[in-house]
Design a protein. Sequence first.
Length: 117
Amino acid sequence: MGNTETNKNTRNYDYSSIRVKGKTKEDVNKFLDKVNKTEDCGKVTFDAFITYFLANATKEDIEKLQLQVTTWEHEEKRLRRIWEKKKGKVNNNKWKEMLYLGQLSDFISENSRLKVA
């Protein structure tokens, strides 16, 4: 009978690892150390930290996050779709020609989400 009671009280969580850069782990640990300095509340864990931000991320937060990982390869596809919607379809050779000759520079400056020099 004692064994059954022990099993009821044992928390059975399914933990797994998340791969992050060493610097990211260091930054999160520093943040959690700061958050957990006070002793008048429970310990905020890495799991609680992630769960909180997942539940409270706004649309703007998600867009900012997406932009942080957007490359010119991604942006080129998006810009081409916009161009073709406004101006009509172009084949790959014509698109590359316009791109390399700078014929799209104003269009890219006006429509790109990435910073243009």
